[in-house]
Design a protein around this ligand. Structure first.
Ligand code: BG6
Length: 477
């Protein structure tokens, strides 16, 4: 009973949030390099190119590009069995549509993955974590079919190069975020769709659906070609899983929650069943969405079924058929209401460990594929004490309560869970706000939102706690 012996404990990050070195060694600008810093409730701006004098936190990250060997020693010290990061697409293809890759970019990841292996950590690699080359976004991002070819070329180039170093691959990070279609950062970061103030809501929806279709084709081609490169690869999708509860047992609330859950389910449904679900065809018909499909697309989607499903889990939400009581910016849901039974973080993310077990059961019983929790964690304001130490007991409590629910899903519900990686195992730049002060790390990084500080690393209390969790394979929480 308990966690299986080969359970992949570890940590997760994404290239754009920690590497920095945004214009070194031939790297081209990516969509994240023109995102300014924001704050809780203050949206990041997408600028037209890099504007002198504005703050672009992803340019700095935490400088991991130069410090990875020392940082990896800290992860090794915690006993990580795996480490999840992404490959910055524009390090390898600076504009995205070159004939030949940038050797310096490829070399960097080769060194990085070798370092993980040397330190006993299995690399888990995301191919697209909000890092499209800016040039491709200017061509329309994934609304442009050409970008499918560019992505597949990028994916096959890196899978070929690292075929003996990497086994676990994830295609598009949190591909379902963009179902929040009218909050520009999500279609932008998922699909490289630059917001156009002249677009009416229907045009935006049409664009996002087209991009989603093209991404399904790109993901399926990646799975198919990846299997040819190395049949031992394990290739998964990546979903942001936020369960949506009905506020009450009022039948209309229950129906609304089910309808809105489809915004999450549809991705897994396609990745696993290899076809668009009937509810989606109906929706497209009803909403006048007309998707351009090339001959053979639906066959490709059928052939490119994933090996496993990876997910991020941070929170749950609730909806009411009687109208919204919350700003839907984060989720884009109709009828969003607070859940009075659970608390929220300072950024309004509702903490719900039981929701993780519930999600694992829902996902496994619907899709019958192994699950890999590749993000879970909590963003907090933190200041070191006089000795430079952070006793982050509430983070420990958050992680402990979630891991306990994972264990129940394994032990009581029979869900096959492959692994668990803490999001932002070292403090990194926040995705939604661009802040450093929204900290997730088990390791503190002395840097602020404007890039001031020594960037020195120090172990938080949770560092020692997680080390013990891994040492005891989850027995001691
Ligand atoms: C997920 C992303 O949305 O959640 C990460 O995959 C992100 O990139 C993480 O950092 C936490 O979100 P945030 O906005 O708090 O950094």
């Amino acid at each position: 009973m308990g966690f299986p012996d080969n359970f992949l404990w570890g940590g997760a990050v994404a290239a754009h949030q920690l590497e920095g070195a945004w214009n070194e060694d031939g790297r081209g600008p990516s969509i994240c390099d023109v995102l300014t810093g924001g704050a809780a409730g203050v949206a990041r701006k997408i600028t037209d190119g890099v504007v002198e004098g504005l703050n672009y936190p992803n340019h700095r990250g935490i400088d991991y590009y130069h410090t990875f060997r020392e940082d990896d020693m800290l992860f090794q010290e915690m006993g990580f069995k795996c480490f999840r990061t992404s490959i910055s697409w524009s390090r390898v293809f600076p504009n995205g549509d070159e004939e030949e890759p940038n050797e310096a970019g490829l070399k960097f990841y080769e060194e990085l993955f070798k370092d993980y292996r040397a330190k006993g950590m299995e690399p888990v690699v995301t191919l697209s974590h909000f890092e499209m080359p800016l040039h491709l976004a200017k061509l329309g991002g994934f609304t442009n079919r050409k970008v499918v070819d560019c992505f597949v070329k990028f994916a096959t180039t890196v899978m070929e190069r690292y075929k003996d170093l990497v086994t676990y691959w994830l295609t598009f990070n949190e591909v379902d975020n963009q179902m929040n279609m009218h909050t520009p950062i999500f279609p932008y970061t998922n699909s490289g769709i630059i917001p156009n103030p002249d677009d009416d809501p229907h045009t935006v929806e049409q664009k996002v659906w087209q991009a989603i279709h093209n991404e399904f084709v790109a993901a399926a081609l990646t799975v198919k070609q990846g299997r040819e490169i190395n049949p031992d690869f394990r290739i998964g999708c990546m979903l942001s899983f936020v369960p949506i509860y009905p506020e009450t047992c009022r039948p209309d609330d229950v129906m609304l929650a089910q309808t809105e859950m489809r915004n999450r389910y549809l991705f897994g449904d396609v990745y696993v069943h290899g076809e668009y679900p009937r509810y989606l065809w109906k929706r497209w018909e009803r909403e006048g969405i007309d998707i351009h499909m090339e001959p053979g697309d639906l066959d490709v989607i059928k052939e490119g079924i994933v090996d496993f499903i990876s997910l991020s889990y941070y929170m749950s939400v609730a909806v009411s058929s009687q109208g919204s009581k919350l700003d839907a910016m984060e989720h884009g849901l109709d009828g969003l209401v607070p859940n009075p039974y659970i608390k929220a973080t300072d950024w309004g993310w509702q903490i719900d460990p039981v929701g993780l077990r519930y999600s694992l059961c829902e996902m496994y019983e619907r899709w019958n594929k192994p699950l890999f929790i590749v993000e879970n964690g909590v963003g907090m304001y933190e200041t070191p004490d006089a000795d430079g130490y952070i006793a982050d007991d509430s983070r420990i409590e958050y992680l402990k309560s979630h891991i306990e629910e994972v264990r129940k899903a394994i032990d009581l519900d029979g869900v096959p869970v492959m692994g668990y990686t803490v999001w932002g195992c070292i403090d990194v730049v926040s995705f939604t706000t661009g802040e450093m002060k929204k900290r997730y790390g088990l390791i503190y990084v002395d840097g602020d939102d404007e890039g001031h500080g020594s960037y020195k690393r120090s172990r938080k209390k949770s560092f020692y706690w997680y080390k013990k969790v891994i040492e005891t394979n989850g027995e001691e929480l």
